[in-house]
Design a protein around this ligand. Structure first.
Ligand code: ADP
Ligand code: MG
Length: 695
């Protein structure tokens, strides 16, 4: 038997069952079974006492006592069966949601016995649904924890049940010494107090007790995190040595003049720090690949501009690419505004730029007269050629793919430095492990004087008071956004809702000017309406999520989000970021249906509770899973078996610093102590990594 042996050759499996197991659970080899981890455990090691329970136990447990007071209770449309279970220290409720008459009558009452199952804690009391009942003491006690594996009805119909998996896996564990070997050097496992690999596999399936389970669990999680980090660490080393970049050694007149004369405010400490990190990168003769994370409103645009001025000081052109026309326009306007007292040549290019304008842009780009080009993905077109592109800044990373980033690289012989800006905060652990090919800078501080946005949840019955509140704000000179969902599958219906919403708002606020933007409008019309609002001529903007990214109207202080339950968490956070950009107190009002799913309730509650984009992204990841956040295409690489990117951040940190230390001292993993690790890595990543180019 080896790890690659097909499970059909194992005792008691055979080709038929192997096929079913493969179809239902995707398990094909001995290794797959070995890493088919239990969902939870039955604690057969001891008898618990009700009085000792302080929280829900992690494993299924057993208790010794008597069942009393059995009764049927009407419940929704059906009935359920309920009973008391008592031992000498207390009592808990037993519940059966499905039962037969026969079963009800066969429950032994007032007789000393064992019950076994999962204890739940709810509303201050403990209960156990569907307990197993055992009257024979010899069968009850087993002395260990026993695994419960994921299963399905389809499998158990064929006799492939929990007992089956226990037996098969036990037979594999008997061969463990010849199957697997250690893959972490001793110096590492002893300094981090990691249990050895063999006992980890043994104890993850059949732990002697809870401590043994935890040690095994920690070891296996560390292993996953460690080899993942090692892969990225090696890739990054490789990249650093390969991709040349233009060094930007100086900070010169363009930067200094602007900094001293045109800067409209003091930079925040975080902006200064990030700028320093960027400076350090660009001074080197390797290409910068940096992700700039900063919550909405944290001031990324200014960092972008200052970075472009450094490029200019070193004789290079820059471009800034944004995912939507509106956002690109906003960037252009604010950069143009900030540079108005300088002679720096800035231009704007989108898909709808006129041919005459394009000609000028193409010319000036090629002869080097144009210093800064702002635009949409129109910048990627082949016709757009630079004389010497030294820096490419991409705003809102999530809308552009890796392939598009690569296209920008190719716009210069020596690839330009790349700065990717994103306001969609990615959980720290995820950024750390996933974006290892990018260095990460974080603006974690808001400009001074910002008041945190107050967020409230309101329902249809509150609409009038919400409108009245908006009116008061308008009377104070503020502006209001009303945002409607526009989701593709139901576009027509949503469009109708939007128009009705517009009608409604125009009726109620008939003495004010109302404007609108949505995705079906022509860019010119969109821009005109946006401008009408931004200039303060309209007090109310009715919009769909096209305003989600980047729009900057500091005087807007209220955002009403209609059907908020239909928006994703990060989308809500992005939308909310459109207010709270000025000195005034701002508000975000989430309107929703009366009936909410559990998930939408969590989303709305989170929004009401916090403004912290990182906290929000963590909740989002808990709700949706990391794969969904990063896009399906990327989820495969972070498909961990044991590791949880949120709960296990301590392990991820430990693994990352271990990898960094090891690669710093032995970047080719040639030290004899590191051989087991190298061999394991090569086996795991066969063909997936260009190991040969590194070693
Ligand atoms: P984002 O990070 O969301 O792109 P912006 O760059 O659009 O944020 O900045 C949001 C607002 O904050 C803009 O109006 C900008 O002028 C202002 N701002 C940026 N940095 C500072 C600062 N250090 N002090 C005061 N206001 C600032
Ligand atoms: Mg922005």
């Amino acid at each position: 038997m080896t790890l690659d042996t097909s499970i059909e050759f194992l005792k008691n499996i055979g080709p038929e069952r192997a096929k079913v197991i493969k179809n239902v659970l995707g398990l094909a080899t001995v290794e797959d079974l070995l890493t088919f981890y239990p969902l939870r455990y039955m604690d057969k090691s001891k008898v618990y006492k009700i009085g000792d329970l302080t929280k829900e136990p992690d494993a299924d447990i057993q208790l010794r006592g008597k069942i009393t007071d059995i009764q049927e209770i009407a419940y929704n449309k059906g009935k359920r069966l309920s009973a008391k279970f008592r031992d000498e220290t207390g009592s808990l409720d037993l519940v059966w949601f499905r039962y037969s008459k026969w079963m009800k009558e066969s429950i032994p009452l007032n007789k000393e016995l064992f019950i076994f199952g999962k204890v739940n804690f709810f509303n201050g009391s403990f209960s156990m649904p569907h307990p197993d009942i055992e009257t024979d003491e010899k069968k009850a006690l087993h002395g260990t924890l026993l695994p419960i594996y994921p299963g399905s009805e389809k499998l158990s119909k064929r006799g492939i049940n929990n007992k089956f998996f226990q037996n098969v896996i036990l037979s594999i564990l008997k061969e463990l010494p010849s199957l697997i070997s250690e893959n972490l050097p001793t110096y590492l496992s002893s300094s981090l107090q990691l249990t050895d690999r063999q006992s980890a596999f043994y104890n993850i399936h059949f732990p002697k007790d809870y401590q043994h389970f935890q040690a095994a669990d920690r070891r296996l999680k560390f292993e996953e995190a460690f080899f993942f980090q090692l892969g990225y660490g090696l890739k990054k080393l490789h990249q650093k040595t390969k991709s040349f970049g233009n060094p930007f050694p100086i900070v010169g007149d363009y930067f200094n003049h602007f900094y001293e004369n045109c800067l409209p405010f003091e930079l925040t400490g975080a902006q200064k720090r990030v700028l320093k990190e960027i400076r350090t990168d660009m001074r080197r003769s390797t290409q910068m690949n940096r992700l700039l994370q900063g919550d909405v409103g944290s001031g990324k645009t200014m960092v972008a501009l200052l970075t472009m001025l450094i490029a200019l000081d070193n004789g290079f052109q820059s471009c800034l690419m944004a995912p939507t026309e509106i956002l690109a326009q906003q960037h252009f306007n604010s950069i143009k505004g900030l540079l108005q007292d300088t002679a720096i040549n800035v231009r704007f290019l989108t898909g709808s730029s006129k041919t005459a304008d394009r000609k000028i842009i193409h010319n000036e780009l090629e002869n080097g007269e144009l210093s800064i080009l702002v635009g949409t993905h129109a910048l990627l077109e082949d016709k757009v050629k630079f004389k010497n592109l030294g820096l490419a800044i991409i705003d809102e990373q999530h809308r552009f793919g890796v392939a598009q980033r690569a296209k920008l690289w190719a716009k210069n012989n020596i690839p330009p430095h790349i700065l990717v800006m994103t306001a969609t905060p990615i959980p720290r652990t995820l950024a750390m492990s996933f974006y290892s090919d990018l260095d990460v800078s974080v603006i974690d501080e808001m400009p001074v004087g910002r008041k945190p946005i107050i967020t409230a949840h309101r329902r249809e019955k509150d609409r009038l008071s919400v409108y009245n509140f908006c009116r008061e704000e308008i009377e104070k000179g503020r502006q209001i956004y009303f945002v409607y969902p526009l989701i593709e599958e139901s576009e027509t219906l949503d469009y109708k809702n939007l128009m009705e919403g517009l009608d409604h708002v125009m009726n109620f606020f008939s003495s004010y000017n109302v404007t609108m933007v949505h995705g079906r409008m022509k860019p010119a019309e969109k821009d005109a309406n946006m401008q009408y609002f931004a200039s303060g001529k309209a007090q109310i903007m009715v919009a769909t999520t096209v305003i989600e990214v980047g729009v900057n109207v500091p005087n807007a202080s209220v955002m009403v989000i209609e059907s908020a339950e239909r928006f994703g968490l990060s989308q809500l956070h992005q939308l909310r970021g459109r207010v709270g950009r000025g000195a005034e107190q701002s508000y975000c009002i989430l309107m929703s249906d009366d009936k909410l799913s559990k998930e939408s309730r969590t989303r709305i509650k989170t929004m009401v509770q916090t403004n912290d984009g990182f906290r929000i992204s963590e909740v989002d990841m808990e709700l949706r899973g990391p794969g969904d956040i990063l896009g399906t295409q990327q989820s495969g690489t972070i498909d961990f078996k044991k590791l949880n990117l949120i709960e296990d951040s301590a392990i991820i940190k430990a693994s990352k610093s271990a990898v960094e230390k090891i690669l710093e001292q032995d970047s080719l993993l040639n030290h004899p102590d590191n051989q087991i690790m190298k061999q394991y890595y090569i086996r795991q990543y066969k063909g997936k990594n260009k190991w040969s180019q590194i070693s």
